[in-house]
Design a protein around this ligand. Structure first.
Ligand SMILES: [Zn+2]
Length: 419
């Protein structure tokens, strides 16, 4: 399953070139699914039939007109005729950014129609490892198909910045600063500007957990990197306290022994696929834990890819993540997708790692196309369960019912200096 890496890696390089060359045409065709200019105007897609019964809850045909003129998210929008992956051809009604009905939906004069016949529809993506404070690019991320990002280390100001809407239109889950020993990772390297909170004792570490929980953190991140690090006793206490506060705990652990230690401490997952060859015992210990891919950020090395394949086979929960901020491709990263495929995940598994699996892990309403979920969806030119790379070039991106400007995503990278 994970053999023949040489051939797969060569393929990876070729695909990267193809994508780079193809990006212009992808962008120029991207306006194909259009919204009606005015209410009641249908933009050409044949309806999938308006006589059948709808599967969704609620009747959306009344009461929504007249609200929020000029703001498409406030009107009734209907995505017509697309193939919802896992469900088949169906229309999707959206009111106030939420999916209100799925099925064969009768046409109404007041609706704004989004023609999607011949297109595949999937939930927008969840990137479970970013540093948006490092690289403030929420719009390119959104334009590239990401609805939710999980920030795995940022200075304490991230909580206020999030409150001020600085990461809109993304929904951002945050760890705040990583818990670190005095002088420990990442405080002496890339994270010197407040990305770690230095804890000299168990009491200080527990106070930091409580402070982060009070501020609205979704998780606690600890480091098992070489150099000064929190004592075993402190880490065990931190994991217990974090779980008492309903926070996930992720460990930065790149080595075999560190990954095994993280599992023994009872963390919920690893922030990266480890880079050192993992022993069978460590792989077994990580069964049932989450592992965030971050393959591209470390060069998609053969060892990491073998580790991810083995962890996947052994029952770890694989989550798509890019380490954006330390990596520089905003939005759904084709190289990350390719690397996950080369590691042995099949296209439906890659799609799940980007959508439904992290939604369940993080307790999000996103990551699924269903009534009551946010209307955050991608319109694709083909079936991503056959070709997962299509996820990286959505023809249209809707987040909470609002069409994103996919021109903002750039041609595979944005002009920044990686640190
Ligand atoms: Zn990171």
């Amino acid at each position: 399953m994970i053999g023949d890496h040489g051939r797969r890696f060569r393929l990876l390089g070729l695909l990267a070139l193809t994508l780079a060359c193809g990006s212009t045409s992808a962008l120029s065709e991207a306006t194909a699914p259009t919204e009606g200019e005015s209410t009641g105007e249908t933009t050409g897609a044949p309806s999938t039939g308006s006589s059948g019964s709808s599967t969704g809850a609620g009747d959306t045909t009344g009461d929504t007109t007249g609200e929020g003129e000029g703001d498409p998210s406030a009107a009734l929008q209907v995505i017509r005729g697309g193939t919802i992956v896992g469900l088949g051809v169906a229309d999707i009604a959206i009111v106030d950014g939420v999916i209100t009905e799925i099925g064969a939906i009768e046409t109404t004069p007041e609706e704004v129609t989004i023609a999607a016949a011949g297109r595949w529809i999937v939930p927008a993506g969840i990137d479970s490892h970013v540093h948006l404070d490092y690289l403030r690019a929420p719009l390119p991320m959104a334009a590239g198909g990401i609805a939710v990002a999980v920030d795995l280390a940022a200075p304490i100001a991230v909580f206020d910045e999030r409150k001020a809407g600085e990461f809109a239109p993304l929904e951002l889950l945050v760890a705040g600063p990583m818990l670190a020993a005095p002088g420990g990772y990442p405080t002496q390297s890339w994270g010197s500007g407040g990305f770690g909170v230095e804890c000299a004792s168990t009491e200080e570490a527990l106070a930091a957990v409580d402070d982060l929980a009070d501020r609205g953190a979704s998780l606690i991140k600890i480091s098992l990197e070489n150099g000064p690090r929190l004592s075993d006793e402190t880490i065990a206490a931190v994991v217990t306290r974090a779980h008492e506060r309903d926070l996930r705990v992720l460990a930065h652990a790149l080595g075999d022994a560190d990954a095994a230690a993280a599992a023994a401490f009872g963390v919920d997952g690893l922030a990266h696929t480890p880079l050192e060859p993992l022993s069978p015992a460590t792989i077994a210990a990580l069964d049932g834990l989450a592992v965030i891919s971050t393959l591209h950020a470390f060069g998609s090395g053969e060892t990491a890819m073998s580790n991810l394949g083995a962890l996947h086979d052994a029952g770890a929960t694989i989550l798509y993540g890019t380490d954006f901020g330390n990596s520089v491709t905003p939005g759904i990263d084709p190289i990350e997708l390719m690397s996950m495929l080369a590691a042995g995940l099949d296209p439906p598994e890659v799609l799940a790692a980007l959508t439904s699996t992290p939604a369940a892990f993080w307790g999000l309403a996103h990551g699924r196309v269903e009534v009551g979920a946010p209307a955050s969806v991608l319109l694709l030119s083909g079936d991503p369960t056959s070709d997962a790379l299509l996820l990286a070039t959505p023809e249209a991106v809707y987040l909470d019912g609002v069409l994103q400007d996919i021109g903002l995503r750039g041609g595979g990278g944005i002009a920044v200096e990686p640190k």
